[in-house]
Design a protein around this ligand. Sequence first.
Ligand SMILES: [Zn+2]
Length: 62
Amino acid sequence: MLRACSICRRLTEKRECDVCKNKDLSEEWSGLVVIANPKESMISQKLDIQTSGMYAQYVRSL
Ligand SMILES: [Zn+2]
């Protein structure tokens, strides 16, 4: 099951976020976004994403 980081919204199957090492992950998220080229992507700029990967568009913090 994928969880979303409450800070950067990155999706991960691990217990902590790969990018910011945050352990506050939420199971309640929606809107899967795949970022391949963060520097060239309009979505990544809008969501302020610098690392490629899968992200949630909306995350509900617990
Ligand atoms: Zn994060």
